[in-house]
Design a binder for this molecule. Structure first.
Ligand code: CA
Length: 247
């Protein structure tokens, strides 16, 4: 299979690019996603995925890591150079804990470990698309300042000490959550539940990696954060008045 182009009969706004080289898995997932009412296109290798991505607008990318020609990391990295906003769900191997971290660092929004239950995938997809829609519909007070940072939550563009950057939707949601709850210690579980909509098990690396990303953007010294601080054994707290934090 080179490229499957499978259209839904129903009118459907959510278009998913599924990048998976295992034919049987790709066909099964595409079928089930279409049953849920999504429009699905399949790319069976990394090059193909980028070609399709450059031609069409997608609402979500489901991206396997082990792919011919270009692997999922490479594909995610290149997609992020073109679009900061399209949600990326990575499919990782069970053994590859480093892969999950690497994927999140490159710009994936979430990951699923293979083999996964179909229901779990559909739940994640639904959640990611819902957050994207919810995010788009938020227009009140789009600008926020802290320190030398200015964040525009409409465009997701930010002025930081490092220069102009663009946030991914998931990064923006997390930052927004910290801002809405500033001055409050937030546990990783709480964050995962409220921002990702996940009932967390022991898996909290996702939060840590996203916090690291935000610190890299906004902190003068990410190792000694002024705004997004850790509270050992408790979680994270956002302080927008760093002088008041020394307690
Ligand atoms: Ca694969």
């Amino acid at each position: 299979m080179t490229t499957g182009n499978i259209k839904n009969f129903e009118e459907q706004e959510n278009k998913i690019l599924l990048v998976e080289d295992e034919d049987s898995l790709a066909i099964g997932l595409a079928y089930n996603l279409m049953e849920e009412g999504y429009s699905v296109q399949v790319a069976s290798d990394g090059r193909n995925a980028l070609e399709q991505f450059s031609r069409e607008n997608y609402d979500l990318i489901i991206l396997d890591i082990m792919l011919p020609y270009l692997d999922g990391f490479e594909v995610a990295g290149r997609i992020r150079k073109i679009s900061e906003q399209v949600p990326i769900l990575m499919l990782t191997a069970k053994s590859g804990i480093d892969d999950r971290v690497k994927g999140l660092k490159i710009g994936a929004d979430d990951y699923l470990v293979k083999p996964f239950h179909l229901d779990e995938l559909l739940l994640r997809v639904r959640g990611m698309l819902r957050r994207k829609r919810w995010y788009k519909s938020r227009t009140a007070s789009p600008e926020y300042h802290f320190g030398n940072n200015k964040v525009n939550f409409d465009t997701l563009s930010c002025k930081t000490p490092e220069g102009e950057i663009k946030l991914t939707v998931q990064e923006a949601l997390l930052l927004r959550y910290f801002l809405d709850n500033r001055g409050r210690v937030l546990s990783r579980r709480e964050i995962l539940k409220d921002v990702w909509g996940m009932e967390p098990g022991v898996e909290t690396r996702t939060v840590d990696n996203f916090v690291a990303r935000l610190r890299k953007y906004f902190e003068e010294n990410p190792k000694k954060p002024q705004y997004l601080q850790s509270r050992r054994g408790a979680g994270y707290i956002f302080l927008n008045d760093p002088d008041a934090s020394e307690k």
